[in-house]
Design a protein. Structure first.
Length: 78
């Protein structure tokens, strides 16, 4: 499994609805409301060898209210 952290910027007033939609899809390991340039921070695991861009596109970016994302891929835990 590959661990990813995805920062999510939502259209104004949609953060709770976006968080609810993510929770219903059960694709995340952890989901947080955060301050700063993004509204939500999601930790998720994708299957080894999966096309990460396609996985994010198919499972996350179809949620209404998401304006922008920033994905960080992890490689090794210390």
């Amino acid at each position: 499994m590959t661990c990813l952290f995805v920062q999510i910027r939502c259209r104004p007033g949609t953060a709770y609805a976006v968080a609810d939609a993510i929770a219903l899809r059960e694709i995340h390991s952890e989901l947080y409301s955060v301050s700063g340039d993004y509204d939500l921070l999601m930790k998720l695991y994708v299957p080894t060898g999966a096309d990460i861009g396609m996985y994010i596109n198919d499972n996350l970016l179809t949620i209404d209210g998401i304006e922008r994302t920033h994905t960080t891929q992890t490689f090794k835990a210390f």
